[in-house]
Write a protein that binds this ligand. Structure first.
Ligand code: 3PG
Ligand code: CO
Length: 547
C-alpha cells in the first residue's frame, strides 16, 4: 500500500549499503590554519572528493533543514531529522516563533494547563540561556516570561543553563545581564521575577541519551530542591565568580540564588508550574522524566513536587513525553526507517552514546522505539564521560569495528554509523585535538570503505552540519580571526558550511553520477539518494534524489 517500494533496476538490490555520517564535518570555503578538516591528514576523504561526478555538497543549515533563517547554523537534531525523513520539516525553533508571533502559544492547551498556578503559586522556567538557536533562543524565553507576567503570574523563577557551546564561551555573563534586565522590568511592573538557579549546560540538567544521569541530578538538586554547592545573591555575580573557578561556560558549577536569610529563592513546590523552554529534544528527555514520572529510579529525587509540568514541545513521540506541551512538535512521518521496516529491509545502526540517538531517535523522527525490532539492530557503544579534547579518538575505532562486522555479517541491507569526533571535539574549541579527531575519523572511514570494497557493496558518506571546519571566531568583514588582548577567540559552535555527500563502491554501476540538475540541494535530498543506492525508487513524498 502506502509504503510499497519499487525496485529501480539501476543499482542492484541485495548489496550492503553503508551510510556513514561524519558528525560536524563541513566543507568550509575558508581553508586556513583554523579549519581542522583541512589541516587534518585525510587521504581517504581527499580521494573521495576527487571522484568525478560522485562528490557534491549540500546545504545543512537554515531553511534547508527547517530552521527560521539562513543565519541559523545546522545541528544534529534537524540534520538527522532531514537525513532520516527526506522531507523539509518546519522545526521546533520555527514552530515556537510562529506560536509566539500569533500568540497562539498563550491560548492553547499547554498554557491553559499551567495557568491555574499563576495567581497563587510560582511559575518556574528552565532553559538554556543563549541565542544559539540549537536548543533555545533568548527572545523566545523572554516572550514566554513576559507572556506569563501579562497573564497574571505573581512569581516567576528562572532556572538557567549557561551555554558557551552554541555561542562563544564567556558570553554567559552578557546573557545573564540581559536576563536580569528583563526580570527587573517585570519586577518594576509588580511581578516577583528572579533567577533561582543555574550552572553550565555540560555540568547539569542537559545530559543526553543517558550518558550521565549524575548531570541531571545536579540539575534537579539546584532547580527543584534549591540545593547547590554555590550560593549567591546576584546572578551576574554568580556567573562571574564561577568563571573564576572554571573559565568555561559549558562546565560552570551549579549555583542557587538565596535571599537575605540564606534560603534559596526558587525551590519547586507542590502546585507550582514548571515549563522547559528548550525546543530541542535530546537534552530535555531525562529532566522531563525526573519531573513527570512518579516511578523514577535513575537517582534519588529526595522530594518529588507535584507540579503542573510542560515542555515547550513534546520531546519523544513514542513515549509521549512530556504529556503536556506548549507547542505541538513537528510531525515527522514516512521516514526511511519506516519505509525500510515496512518493506522487510534490515538495518544496523550504531554510534557511541553521545550520538547514538542521532542515528536512531533523530533519524526516525524523534521516536525512541523501533519500527520493527526484528528488522532493526541498534548498537550503542558507551561514550566516556570526559572532556573530549582529552580523548579525541573517542569510540571511533569501536564503531568502525562494529560497522565492519555488521557489513561482513551480510545480515543487513543498510549499515548506518555516525562518528561523533569532529563535532564533539570541535565543541571544545581545541584546534589541535579537533585536527587529531578528523585525522583519526579519516582512518576509520578507510576501514569501512575497504570492507565495502571487499564485499562489492555501495557507500554514501555525508555529514549533518559543519563544526570542525572552522575553529575560530571571525570578523564579519575580512574573516580574520577575532582576538581579545592578543588572544585568538575559539569557535566552539557549529558552522554554516555545507556538508559533503560522496558515493561509490564496486556495487555502484559506473554510470551512476550525481544529477547536477537538482536545484539548491540540502540534507533532505540525501534520503532518496540512499534509497536509490539500495536499489529502490525514492518515495514521491521526499525531496528529489541526488542521482
Ligand atoms: C549539543 O547539544 O551538544 C550542541 O548544542 C549541538 O551539537 P549537536 O547538534 O551536534 O548534537
Ligand atoms: Co554539535
Amino acid at each position: 500500500g502506502d509504503f510499497a517500494l519499487t525496485e529501480s533496476g539501476v543499482v542492484p538490490t541485495k548489496k550492503p549499503v553503508l551510510v556513514c555520517v561524519l558528525d560536524g564535518w563541513g566543507v568550509n570555503p575558508i581553508t586556513d590554519e583554523w579549519n581542522a578538516v583541512h589541516c587534518a591528514e585525510t587521504p581517504t576523504y581527499d580521494a573521495l572528493t576527487k571522484v568525478e561526478g560522485r562528490f557534491t555538497t549540500v546545504a545543512a543549515h537554515g531553511p534547508a533543514v527547517g530552521l527560521p533563517t539562513w543565519d541559523d547554523m545546522g545541528n544534529s537534531e534537524v540534520g538527522h531529522n532531514a537525513l532520516g525523513s527526506g522531507q523539509l520539516i518546519a522545526q521546533g525553533a520555527r514552530l515556537v516563533d510562529g506560536a509566539l508571533a500569533d500568540k497562539s502559544i498563550f491560548t492553547e492547551e499547554g498554557w491553559n494547563y499551567i495557568k491555574p498556578a499563576f495567581a497563587s503559586n510560582t511559575v518556574h522556567l528552565i532553559a538554556l540561556l543563549s541565542s544559539g538557536g540549537v536548543h533555545s533562543r533568548f527572545d523566545q524565553i523572554e516572550g514566554i516570561m513576559r507572556g506569563a507576567a501579562k497573564d497574571g503570574a505573581k512569581k516567576i523563577r528562572m532556572h538557567v543553563l549557561l551555554d558557551g557551546r552554541d555561542v562563544p564561551d564567556g558570553s554567559s555573563i552578557q546573557y545573564m545581564t540581559d536576563l536580569e534586565k528583563v526580570l527587573s522590568e517585570l519586577r518594576a511592573a509588580g511581578c516577583d521575577a528572579q533567577v533561582a538557579s543555574g550552572g553550565g549546560r555540560m555540568h547539569m540538567t542537559m545530559d543526553r541519551y543517558e550518558a550521565d544521569w549524575a548531570m541531571v541530578k545536579r540539575g534537579w538538586d539546584a532547580h527543584a530542591l534549591g540545593e547547590a554547592p554555590h550560593k549567591f545573591k546576584d546572578p551576574v555575580e554568580a556567573v562571574k565568580s564561577l568563571r573564576e573557578i572554571k573559565p568555561n561556560d559549558q562546565y560552570l558549577e551549579a549555583f542557587v540564588i538565596v535571599d537575605d536569610s540564606g534560603s534559596p529563592v526558587g525551590a519547586i513546590n507542590d502546585g507550582d508550574a514548571v515549563a522547559l523552554l528548550n525546543f530541542r529534544a535530546d537534552r530535555m528527555v531525562e529532566i522531563s522524566k525526573a519531573f513527570e514520572y512518579e516511578d523514577f529510579k535513575e537517582f534519588d529525587r529526595k522530594r518529588w513536587p507535584k507540579t503542573l509540568f510542560v515542555g515547550i514541545m513534546q520531546y519523544d513521540g513514542d513515549l509521549k513525553l512530556p504529556a503536556k506541551y506548549l507547542v505541538p512538535p513537528p510531525s515527522i512521518v514516512k521516514t526511511i526507517g519506516e519505509y525500510m521496516a515496512k518493506n522487510g529491509l534490515k538495518t544496523f545502526a550504531c554510534s557511541e552514546t553521545q550520538k547514538f540517538g542521532h542515528v536512531t531517535f533523530f533519524w526516525n523522527g524523534n521516536r525512541s522505539g523501533y519500527f520493527d525490532e526484528a528488522l532493526e539492530t541498534y548498537l550503542e557503544i558507551p561514550s566516556d564521560n570526559v572532556p573530549f579534547n582529552e580523548a579525541p579518538l573517542m569510540k571511533a575505532a569501536e564503531i568502525t569495528a562494529a560497522g565492519v562486522e555488521a557489513l561482513k555479517s551480510a545480515k543487513y541491507d543498510q549499515v548506518r554509523v555516525n562518528f561523533a569526533n569532529p563535532d564533539m571535539v570541535g565543541h571544545t574549541g581545541n584546534m589541535e585535538a579537533t585536527t587529531e579527531a578528523c585525522t583519526f575519523v579519516d582512518q576509520c572511514l578507510k576501514k569501512l570503505l575497504d570492507t565495502v570494497e571487499e564485499l562489492g557493496g555501495v557507500f554514501l558518506v555525508t555529514a549533518d552540519h559543519g563544526n570542525a571546519d572552522d575553529m575560530v571566531q571571525r570578523n564579519k568583514k575580512d574573516k580574520k580571526p577575532v582576538t581579545i588582548d592578543g588572544v585568538i577567540q575559539a569557535l566552539t559552535s557549529h558552522t554554516l558550511a555545507p556538508v559533503p555527500v560522496m558515493i561509490g563502491g564496486p556495487g555502484l554501476p559506473a554510470s551512476v553520477k550525481f544529477n547536477t540538475a537538482v536545484e539548491k540541494p540540502g540534507l533532505s535530498n540525501v534520503t532518496g539518494t540512499i534509497m536509490n543506492l539500495m536499489g529502490y525508487n525514492s518515495p514521491s513524498c521526499w525531496e528529489p534524489s541526488l542521482i
